[in-house]
Design a binder for this molecule. Structure first.
Ligand SMILES: C[S@@+](CC[C@H](N)C(=O)[O-])C[C@H]1O[C@@H](n2cnc3c(N)ncnc32)[C@H](O)[C@@H]1O
Length: 243
């Protein structure tokens, strides 16, 4: 079970909000626990939600629904949820405090908010390896600290400040490290990552693109293990409660 879902301590009758649910793995995990409750998965992306709905229907989960919305500004039902979870979905908010205030308003008094966010790039081997391969010798621009993106909440002080400003209390931040799986073998991981990161090849000529993809394959092959392709990763598991 993903850390986020485990740490949320979801009860069988609870109402759960999954923020930036993507294709809904954690939403489905939560729905299997809150069997007499309900789970709402919220995401910006229609394509992700299509897949999330397909998978939830495939598993026959009747206590789950999905909504396409920007969690920062979406008019949430007031005090409707017992717990909000998010696995790497909260770092993309442009206005972190406003988004967290919106989440706080959707939670019942005492409601919990559990998020998993990436630690700094240097502690995430997957990020450095893929960025270096796709850069193919170029120096790619580094977003300023705190800018919306995968590492926007890498600084625990920023997490505490944004949660505090939004009315959360009892903030606990724990470091988590684990090998991250990218595919059954280097071929599968290469297919997945060229789809995901193809945009990073923009600006390279044909030779540069081919070189970048060869570099990516070399790295994936080096990280192949009998049960898949793994890279080191480090995240913060953040727990808080609304007053
Ligand atoms: C890295 S993915 C994580 C997906 C999922 N939680 C998982 O663990 O597989 C981040 C997700 O957050 C969503 N997202 C980003 N900003 C959002 C926003 N403002 N409101 C709702 N969803 C957002 C993206 O569309 C994307 O699906």
């Amino acid at each position: 079970m993903p850390w986020t879902v485990r740490a949320a301590g979801i009860g069988r009758e609870e109402a759960v909000l999954d923020i930036g649910c993507g294709t809904g793995q954690t939403t489905r995990d939560a729905a299997r626990i809150a069997v007499a409750g309900s789970v709402v998965g919220m995401d910006l992306s229609a394509a992700m939600l299509r897949e999330a709905r397909r998978r939830a229907a495939g598993e026959g989960l009747g206590n789950i629904s999905f909504e396409q919305a920007d969690v920062q500004f979406h008019p949430m039902p007031g005090k409707a949820f017992d717990v909000a979870i998010s696995r790497t979905g909260t770092m993309f908010f442009a206005d972190m405090a406003a988004a967290f205030r919106n989440v706080a308003a959707a939670l019942r008094p005492g409601g919990r908010f559990v998020q998993l966010v990436w630690q700094e790039p240097a502690r995430n081997e997957w990020f450095c390896a893929f960025r270096d391969a796709m850069a193919a010798g170029r120096t790619l621009p580094t977003p300023p600290p705190g800018a919306p993106g995968p590492f926007a909440l890498a600084d625990p002080d920023r997490i505490r400040a944004a949660l505090g400003e939004a009315g959360f209390t009892g903030v606990v931040i724990r470091g988590q490290s684990a090998p991250m799986w990218f595919g059954a073998d280097a071929d599968a991981a290469h297919r997945f990552l060229t789809g995901l990161l193809g945009w990073m090849l923009e600006g390279l000529d044909e030779e540069g693109r081919a070189g970048a993809l060869r570099g990516l394959r070399r790295s994936l092959t080096r990280h192949e293990q009998p049960d898949g392709v793994f890279y080191a990763s480090a995240a913060w598991l953040v727990e808080a409660a609304v007053r």
